[in-house]
Structures are given as structure tokens and as C-alpha cells.
Design a protein around this ligand. Structure first.
Ligand code: ZN
Ligand code: ZN
Length: 362
């Protein structure tokens, strides 16, 4: 990863954002910019260079991992060290405007920082510069994402080996997560969703102690983190003998998902991709049961920009990685969702998720 190039690009955007420096407090942004994978730290990116502040627990790790930034190990509170560092350069920093990541700095931290800083140093909410840069993946990132998606997809094979009537949702999830760790996953992207029966109508039904019963769908939504990058995939299977309604509903969701994938190409807006999926379901009279948006970006975080949703104007660019995951949910009855990850390419898109989407009954 070329951390120096990423920081350089960010530096070039500071002035037009009205900032002299950006205080990066969101850990995935810190990782993206300088390579630090620990759980505590702040990265100050300024014209003159970057400085990374962390505590003694990360002394060795920070010196090992951090690229393109001076490392300062705080002997006390990290924010205090940061405040003192800026203050010690008061002459130079007088009149400075430091951008903060308002979504990722607590109210208390902001106040403490403001109290620590010399008068003349202003804090201002910064635009999401790093999140915007992260939307478009470099080739090396795409390679890591592909590997995460491939590993993640094997978990569904494991699910199919154990998913039977009478087996608890949590047992299926446990087998999937164990297989993930055995295969080298660092952790799950999020708590595995195995939602059966009426719970399959919950878009985010985490696995419970409920035993899987015949005559319903089971929604399996799962992902792994590998080399820092997330995968995200959903497959839905029927348990027992399927009704015509179940098959038909599944096929409409699959068509909707396919329509949205077919719409993905550079220059199209995320709202248009969402509309492509929604159109199919509305035409089938299922529009009002598709209650969430069509997808989201994936990378160092499981949910990142852009949102693939109505009313959002973001245009897709080559290198973006998004999910396409329409679903239909009949409350109290059952639900279906199908989710793939796709990468936007010059000529359309590449479906990263390899798993079949044929209707499956177990
Ligand atoms: Zn998912
Ligand atoms: Zn998702």
C-alpha cells in the first residue's frame, strides 16, 4: 500500500477545504493513511508532514507499522500529548485551523482538545476527505477484497453442511465462524446472521437459540475480515418442501438483484442502481416489502461510502466496491435477501461473490 501517496493526496485537498491540518481519529482512516492497525491513536496530517500519536501499549507496533508519519508515544493521555505538540509549535500554528472528524471524535474529546490548544488554533468539522478517497479501491486493495470474498464464500458451503431442521441458528453460525477462523480469517466482519422462520423477515436477525423449523426461509448473512478487508454476502435457503409462493418470491428477489448488478457501471448514480432493483420488485407488487436500501460500500469497514440508496447522488467510478442486496420481508412470515459484492470496472462491473444464487431447499 502506498501510504505516502495517500497522505500526499489528502494534503493537496486541505487548503481547498479551508484547513491547515486534519486530525484523523477514525481508526480505519488512520489505517488507510499510515498503516497502523492498533486500537488507539490520532494522526495529524499537515502540510509540513504527518505525526501519529499513540500510547505506550503500541510503542513497538506503531514504530513497526506506521509509514509516512513521525511517531510520538504519549506517556499520558494521547490527546494531551497531541495538544502539547501543537502548542509547542504555537508560533507556527498560530492561526491554524485543524479539521476534525466530527463523526469520530466524542464531544468530550473535542472539548478537551479545545481546552489544550493555544488560543488562535481553531477546530472545525472537516468534510469526509478520507472516506471519499477510500471509496475508490487501488488494485492492491481489490486483490485483498477478492481474497476476503473468496474465503467468506466458503462459509456458506459449511452452513449447508449443518443447516437442517432442528439445528439451532446459533449452531450454524458457530460452525461458520469456526470455519472462518480455521481458514485464516482475522475475525468476522459483523456478528453472523442466521435467521430462520419468522425471524427471516428481520433484515438484521442475528443468530439465536431458535431451532430451525421446516417450512420457512433461512437468511444467512455473513462476512470475514482478511488482511483488514471485509467481505459481505447473503444467501437464503428454504427448509423442507417449498411452496410456489416461496419460489416465486425468491425468483423476484433474484431478478431484482440481477437488474441492479446489470445497472452497475461508471457514471451511473447509486440512486439509479437502487431504482433498478426496486423497479423489479414494485412491478411484482413487492415494492413495499423491500424496506431497506440496495447496498453499501465495503472495504476496511463493512459499511462505508457510498450508500446505494434512493436520493443519493454519488456516481459510481471504476474501483468502487459495493454490495447489491435487495430483500423482501413479510413480517411475521418469512423473508428473502440475496447479497453479492461487486467491483465497478471500466466496462461495467465484476461480481466478486462466486456462490450460486439458484433456489435451494435443504
Ligand atoms: Zn450482508
Ligand atoms: Zn451488506
Amino acid at each position: 500500500m502506498n501510504f505516502l501517496a495517500r497522505q500526499k493526496k489528502l494534503r493537496e485537498q486541505l487548503a481547498s477545504a479551508g484547513l491547515d491540518a486534519l486530525l484523523v481519529s477514525h481508526l480505519p482512516n488512520i489505517r488507510y493513511l499510515c498503516g497502523f492497525t492498533g486500537s488507539a491513536g490520532f494522526l495529524l496530517v499537515a502540510d509540513a508532514g504527518s505525526v501519529f500519536f499513540t500510547d505506550v501499549r503500541y510503542d513497538t507496533q506503531a514504530r513497526d507499522e506506521v509509514k509516512g508519519a513521525k511517531v510520538i508515544i504519549a506517556r499520558k493521555a494521547v490527546l494531551s500529548a497531541l495538544g502539547e505538540w501543537v502548542d509547542a509549535r504555537r508560533k507556527k500554528s498560530k492561526g491554524w485551523t485543524i479539521g476534525i472528524e466530527a463523526e469520530h471524535l466524542t464531544v468530550a474529546e473535542r472539548k478537551r482538545l479545545a481546552d489544550l490548544l493555544a488560543s488562535g488554533v481553531r477546530l472545525r468539522n472537516a468534510p469526509a476527505l478520507v472516506e471519499r478517497a477510500r471509496m475508490v479501491k487501488e488494485d492492491a486493495e481489490l486483490g485483498l477484497i477478492r481474497a476476503a470474498v473468496q474465503l467468506g464464500a466458503t462459509l456458506f458451503d459449511r452452513a449447508l453442511e449443518v443447516l437442517r431442521p432442528g439445528v439451532k441458528e446459533s449452531e450454524v453460525a458457530a460452525e461458520m465462524e469456526y470455519a472462518a477462523r480455521r481458514a485464516g480469517a482475522e475475525e468476522m466482519s459483523f456478528p453472523t446472521i442466521v435467521a430462520s422462520g419468522a425471524r427471516s423477515a428481520l433484515p438484521h436477525g442475528r443468530a439465536t437459540e431458535q431451532a430451525i423449523a421446516p417450512g420457512g426461509f433461512v437468511v444467512c448473512d455473513f462476512g470475514v475480515i482478511l488482511a483488514g478487508y471485509c467481505s459481505d454476502q447473503t444467501r437464503t435457503v428454504w427448509v423442507g418442501a417449498a411452496s410456489k409462493e416461496a419460489r416465486d418470491t425468491y425468483e423476484r428477489v433474484r431478478e431484482a438483484q440481477q437488474a441492479a448488478i446489470a445497472a452497475v457501471r461508471p457514471g451511473i448514480s447509486v440512486a439509479e442502481v437502487d431504482a433498478a432493483a426496486r423497479k423489479v420488485l414494485c412491478k411484482a407488487g413487492l415494492g413495499r416489502y423491500f424496506t431497506h436500501s440496495t447496498g453499501h460500500g465495503v472495504g476496511l469497514e463493512i459499511h462505508e461510502a457510498p450508500r446505494v440508496a434512493a436520493g443519493h447522488k454519488e456516481e459510481l467510478k471504476p474501483g468502487m466496491v459495493i454490495t447489491i442486496e435487495p430483500g423482501v420481508y413479510f413480517p411475521g412470515k418469512w423473508g428473502v435477501r440475496i447479497e453479492d459484492m461487486v467491483a465497478v470496472r471500466d466496462d461495467g462491473c465484476e461480481v466478486l461473490t462466486p456462490t450460486s444464487k439458484d433456489f435451494l431447499a435443504v
